[in-house]
Design a protein around this ligand. Structure first.
Ligand code: AMP
Length: 229
């Protein structure tokens, strides 16, 4: 399965993508994680991306596409993938569709998780990430056993710079301006499945899986109909 997760920051795309990736045995590819890796390892691309990320702006398409291209060419992504955070603009979606088409494949579905703005701010302000293994926690909804210590590896938990309140509001605006048109794009191409992103992760996961079961049950659409993905 080749899936794209859409939705505002902290809609639960990462959580759902991880659950789906495990279930479907395909990699979870998160553009934000790939970019943060580049920043951490001070790669030339990471250094160029950093200033955009710190301000909550989108990183230029050519940089993100370069990272995604490299990742999707790896052997583990040949049978499918769950994309999280990419595409974020219609231009990125079109670039992705072209690359897939060149390989004779297409996206199966774009899943959009709908979450109101005030819920986004509440979720993000409590979000903490392990510096070592990347595990995610929430100070209220999913606290670690010991304050600021990862349950899995004892790594230190930190708040991402771009999760601070001013930047979060900026990211919501950027989402509305650039990423929302994407759901219309995928709606037009018949790939969109929109669903309520508020609820327990296992409930949301069930909603997604039932949509995917329906997708698999349907006969494959002609390649041309999916080409606009
Ligand atoms: P995320 O972890 O998905 O919230 O992404 C964190 C930051 O990385 C975003 O605020 C952007 O600055 C950048 N970023 C991630 N994915 C993309 C993308 N597909 N296009 C442009 N910028 C991106």
């Amino acid at each position: 399965m080749r899936l794209v997760m859409l939705g505002p920051p902290a809609a639960g795309k990462g959580t759902q993508a991880r659950l789906l990736a495990e279930r479907l045995k395909v990699p979870h590819v998160a553009s934000g994680d790939l970019l943060r890796d580049g920043v951490r390892h001070r790669t030339p691309l990471g250094m160029q991306a950093k200033s955009y990320m710190d301000r909550g702006n989108l990183v230029p398409d050519e940089l993100v596409l370069q990272l995604i291209d490299e990742r999707l060419q790896k052997p583990d992504a040949q049978a499918g993938f769950i994309l999280d955070g990419f595409p974020r603009t219609v231009a990125q979606a079109e670039a992705l569709a072209k690359r897939l088409q060149a390989r004779g494949v297409a996206l199966d579905k774009a899943i959009e998780l709908m979450v109101p703005d005030e819920e986004v701010v509440k979720r993000i302000s409590g979000r903490r990430t392990c510096r070592n293994c990347g595990a995610m926690y929430h100070t209220i909804f999913d606290p670690p056993r010991n304050v600021n210590v990862c349950n899995a590896c004892n790594g230190e938990l930190y708040q991402r710079e771009d999760d601070e309140e001013g930047t979060v509001l900026m990211r919501i605006e950027v989402y509305k301006a650039n990423t929302r048109p994407l759901s219309e794009h995928y709606e037009r191409t018949g790939l969109l499945a929109r669903m309520d992103g508020v609820g327990r992760p296992d409930e949301i996961s069930r909603r997604i899986l039932s949509v995917l079961d329906d997708t698999r049950a349907q006969p494959a659409a002609p390649a041309r109909a999916k080409g606009g993905a």
